[in-house]
Design a protein around this ligand. Structure first.
Ligand code: PGA
Length: 255
């Protein structure tokens, strides 16, 4: 796991975008795993700007998003389908049918979860998966205690996650209680992983990610079992650089 520490959110977003743009340019038919949340918005802005200025094309790119709330239709402003359409897909040349977000309103959610995994496999797997990290260490909506061998599944959201996400809703009562998410094993099967974290609220999670051995109480620690992970953090998310790095972690400090 390579940790890159940069000054601020803008630099984090730009660095992450550069990796994705270079992959899309060298492999215009690749499959990307995408994430929602506040963290990747700046990265998506960089992709859009590059698409407009340099013409990087997504016509043959396929995308799979990590997760979706249960019970919200894709046109609900807080659904992750809506988020992706508005933050990225509507502004680049990707055909909508090549963009996949789990359906949080499927009649049979178990079947939806299995189909989602099957669709990823049918596309030859994910080449690069983008991740944020929850304050509690979740990746996707894999909350603490999720088995590392989990595949796409239905989850009950932690109260801490509902509280963190209530900032986007009128009240916490409106935040869905359940979601569908790629499992940790699904995420680990992608060939490359980029995790972004910005701001002091992520400092505890990043400290644990760097210092803890893999354990299911801290889902992001599963990433230590993967051999191609880049973690891009800003100074506020990693204020202390005198950490004891666990095996296999390198730190490049550009801040
Ligand atoms: P955030 O969410 O980007 O809005 O902080 C990240 C996450 O919960 O995975």
């Amino acid at each position: 796991m390579k940790v890159i520490r940069v000054n601020d959110y803008e630099t984090m977003s730009k660095k992450g975008a550069e990796i994705i743009i270079s992959l899309v340019q060298s492999n215009p038919e690749t499959t990307l795993g995408l994430a929602t949340g506040s963290t990747p918005i700046g990265l998506y802005e960089n992709l859009i700007q590059d698409h407009k200025e340099n013409g990087t094309s997504y016509k043959k790119i396929t995308t799979f998003n990590l997760d979706e709330y249960m019970g919200l239709d894709g046109d609900h402003p807080q659904s992750y389908r809506y988020f992706m359409d508005h933050q990225l897909f509507n502004h680049i040349d990707i055909p909508k049918e090549q963009t996949h977000v789990p359906n949080g309103n499927a009649a049979n959610m178990e079947e939806e979860a299995q189909n989602y995994d099957n669709q990823i496999k049918a596309h030859g797997g994910i080449q690069l998966q983008l991740l944020g990290i929850g304050n509690n260490g979740h990746i996707g909506f894999n909350e603490p205690g999720t088995a590392f061998d989990s595949r796409t599944h239905i989850v009950q959201l932690d109260e801490s996650t509902r509280k963190a996400n209530s900032r986007f809703f009128d009240s916490i009562d409106e935040v869905p209680t359940h979601a569908i998410t790629m499992g940790i094993q699904t995420i680990l099967e992608s060939k490359q992983i980029i995790l972004l974290a910005s701001g002091a609220s992520k400092a505890d999670a990043i400290h644990k990610l760097i210092t803890e051995e893999p354990n299911e109480d801290f889902p992001a620690s599963a990433l230590k079992q993967h051999d191609n992970v880049i973690v891009i953090v800003d100074k506020d998310a990693l204020p202390d650089t005198n950490l004891k790095l666990t095996d296999g972690i390198t730190l490049e400090d550009l801040a």
